[in-house]
Every structure is written in C-alpha cells, then in structure tokens.
Ligand binder design. Structure first.
Ligand SMILES: [Cu+2]
Length: 155
C-alpha cells in the first residue's frame, strides 16, 4: 500500500504547488488593475473668456470688452471693472489710433458721461448709463490710451 501513498503524495504537493501560483496571479492581477499610467485629460488648460452678460462691458487687460457693443434704444449698459486698477468710462470721440499699438492720438470728451471706475471689488467698480437715442457713442478711458470703444444704439 505504500506504493499508492507514494503516488498520492506527489499529487497532493503538485496540487498545492499549482494553487499558490494561481493565488499570486489573482493578487497580482488585482494590483495590476489599479490605475497605473494616467491618461492625459483635456479638461484643463484651455483658457476661455469669461461669459459676458448682455449689455455689460468689462475692463480687462487695458481694454473694454467687448470693444463694440450694439444694443437697442432704451438699453442700460453697465461697465464693470475686471481688474485691480482704476479706469474711466468717458464719453467722447477718439481718433488717430495707431494700428500697431492701439494707442489713440486724439480724445474729445463730450460730457455725456465721465465716470471713474474703482478697481475691481471696490465700491464704484461699476457704472451704468441708459442710451435713449439711437446712434454711435464712442467712449474711452482717460489714463489708458489703448482703451477706446463704442456703443452702437439701434432704434
Ligand atoms: Cu483704463
């Protein structure tokens, strides 16, 4: 009977020897399922302009945005300061703008409005004006010669 024992014994060892690698494979497979190389995401990086509400002009980067705003007659336009420096919203013609630099050569205030916009977040960082007559209304920022814009009022 010892003959059969010697036959069974290696079989049992073999079964045990097969079970261990299977467990290791199962465990390593589990580890391998963990996120390894991260896939590059495109959710960040693209810089988009902040959404602009209707009839709102924002001063940002020494510019009025949008530069040319068209509204219907009777519309109240609001300017808001988008940065930490002061600006003005000054009604009047501007001209002789250098195409390369955007710097104006002339400015002629007409007295329709002339508001000092406080830096963003401070009291007075917005200004509103209601346009009651159709026309093209140029305006500018007094200290910054690149800030030249218009409001077009349609009937
Ligand atoms: Cu300015």
């Amino acid at each position: 009977m010892s003959h059969t024992r010697t036959l069974r014994s290696p079989k049992a060892i073999l079964t045990g020897a097969l079970l261990v690698p299977t467990l290791i494979l199962a465990l390593s497979g589990c580890v391998g399922a963990q996120p390894s190389a991260s896939v590059p995401t495109e959710s960040s990086g693209s810089e988009q302009p902040a959404p602009v509400a209707d009839n709102v002009v924002t001063t940002i980067g020494l510019k009025f945005m949008p530069k040319d705003l068209t509204v219907k007659v009777g519309t109240t336009v609001t300017w808001q300061n988008g940065e930490a420096i002061g600006h003005t919203v000054t009604s009047g013609a501007w001209g002789e703008v250098n195409e390369a630099t955007g710097v104006r050569g002339t400015q002629t205030p007409d007295g329709r409005f002339d508001h000092a916009l406080a830096p963003k977040g401070q009291e007075g960082d917005t200004f509103s004006f209601t346009f009651t007559e159709p026309g093209v209304y140029p305006y500018y920022c007094k200290p910054h010669l690149t800030m030249n814009a218009t409001v077009t009022v349609e009937p």
